[in-house]
Design a protein. Structure first.
Ligand code: ACO
Length: 458
């Protein structure tokens, strides 16, 4: 029987090694001339990037000028870190974890194998994997006070709000997790987050449904145990539908990491203050909650409900194009401009699940929406293709998950990525507390003159 996680933290790999794909563009320099001063500057290029701090040297003739800053709202063209975890080529529709194509991992790997890979950079051997699975399995229980904490939420609380605050609350149960530069502490915190997130997620689900909480069952796999905590009623051992188990395993793998997306950036930014990992990761859950990020799968289903039937689809598309109908949820991606490779895998998976559960009215509407959008000039010219969220919502729904639970499923899948990225950030000597600059657009100095009768009553 493998030992407890607290005794033997696995060897930390050097995460700073070069990413598998060679950086494009050779070394060189950017020769620029400032027309204000006629001065020329040579800005070194490495890894197809220039360092924004080099721009500080570019100053006007004003002696108080602090130098140029780069202005990049929403980080459209700014690399915030060097990372060896995930590689994306948005134009070619490529996604790889530590060099392994997502298609191969989705086809053959287990979610916990991928979780190990993301953190350590290599696939686990049998001994490492067995120990890891054992450690995760034996940390799935949460403190009974966490259960009471969850019971304090209203019956209609959104499960993402419950997950977010519960993960942040875990920091209060494990104060030693603040020792983030102690490898043993980091290891046990990572195990705890991977192990307890499904438990908290399932407890949130049962709370909203008014059902008794189901405690983890150590005889089951990670995904089966999660489904058992969600759906078990009077059975002594829950037997999950193997198609659903496989579908969730694959969906978790597809969501496990996606380089510097909004929630990962939130985890890194909050973690850069050297707060504990529970607090840092809860920031990621908060970011994922938003409808432009993980909340999109929920919005896809709401949109389909709103459309109603297949015959309303052309009118709905016209409304989207005219700007009156908002965006077509589940379409478009900041990075993928040809197709989202995850969407391809999920579409195939969706067909397998629908073969079991059947096609209903909503699914027919979704498929018609996809068909029309993919042949419409508006979407083609803007390179708007279905993203992973377009299909995941449909699969989750056919598995009878409530719509507002979809993003929670995304969060369980993304947990290994957040943790791997958090640790990589911490161990990266170049990283400091994240603190962007701004371009001040407010007023200049002016004297205080209150408009209140008595601004500071005694
Ligand atoms: N429906 C209709 N038009 C769209 C859509 C859409 N889903 N997405 C983008 N566009 C249009 C924009 O209006 C814009 O048109 P314009 O050039 O005429 O002004 C053009 O396409 C470019 O769009 P941007 O907003 O600049 O693209 P950006 O990269 O900033 O946004 C995003 C990406 C947020 C994903 C966007 O496509 C969107 O809101 N999609 C719907 C929400 C969604 O599905 N999110 C999930 C993303 S995947 C994930 O988080 C796992």
């Amino acid at each position: 029987m493998p030992k407890s996680a607290t005794t033997t933290p696995p060897q930390q790999k050097n995460t700073a090694k070069a990413p598998a794909p060679a950086p494009s563009g050779s070394e060189g320099s950017l020769e620029v001339k400032d027309s204000r001063t006629s001065k020329g500057y040579s800005i070194p290029i490495a890894d197809n990037a220039i360092r924004a701090t080099e721009l500080k040297k570019v100053k006007s003739s004003d002696p108080e000028d602090l130098g140029l800053v780069s202005y990049d709202p929403a980080f459209l063209n700014t690399a915030s870190c060097r990372s060896a975890i995930t590689y994306i080529d948005g134009d070619k529709g490529i996604l790889r974890y530590r060099g392994y194509p997502i298609e191969q991992l989705a086809e053959s790997a287990s979610f916990l194998e991928v979780a190990w890979l993301l953190r350590h950079g290599e696939l686990p051997n049998q001994k490492e994997y067995d120990q890891f699975v054992h450690d995760i399995t034996f940390h799935t229980y949460v403190h009974e006070n966490m259960r009471k904490f969850l019971e304090g939420f209203r019956y209609d609380a959104h499960p993402m709000a419950m997950l977010n605050s519960s993960i942040a609350a875990l920091a209060s149960f494990y104060p030693s997790a603040r020792n983030i530069f102690d490898e043993t502490e980091r290891n046990i915190s990572i195990i705890r987050l991977l192990a307890k997130t499904p438990t908290i997620a399932a407890f949130s689900y049962r709370h909203v449904k008014g059902l008794p909480f189901v405690y983890p069952d150590n005889r089951l796999s990670y995904v089966e145990n999660f489904l058992s905590m969600i759906a078990r009623m009077t059975e002594s051992k829950y037997e999950a539908n193997p198609i659903f188990t496989r579908a969730l395993e694959i969906l978790f793998i597809l969501h496990a990491d996606h380089e510097q997306n909004c929630s990962t950036n939130a985890v890194r930014a909050v973690g850069s203050s050297h707060v504990d990992p529970f607090s840092a990761v809860s920031a990621g859950v908060a970011a994922l909650f938003g409808p432009l990020h993980g909340g999109a799968n929920e919005q896809v289903l709401r949109m389909i409900k709103e459309i109603g039937t297949v015959k309303n689809v052309p009118g709905f598309i016209e409304n989207v194009k005219s700007g009156e109908g908002g965006k077509l949820m589940g379409f478009g991606h900041r990075v993928y401009k040809s197709y989202d490779p995850r969407a391809k895998i999920v579409k195939k998976l969706a067909d397998e699940v629908f073969d079991v559960v059947g096609v209903d009215k909503d699914l027919e509407t979704a498929l018609e929406l996809e068909r029309i959008a993919l042949s419409d000039e508006y979407f083609i010219s803007r390179k708007l293709y279905p993203n992973v969220d377009f299909y995941t919502g449909l699969i989750y729904r056919s598995m009878a998950f409530p719509t507002d639970f979809f993003t929670v499923l995304f969060a369980i899948g993304r947990m290994p990525g957040w943790l791997a990225q958090w640790e990589e950030m911490l161990l990266d000597k170049e990283q400091k507390i994240a603190r962007p600059r701004q371009i001040y657009t407010g007023l200049g100095e002016r004297p205080y003159k209150s408009r209140l009768k008595n601004p500071r009553p005694d």
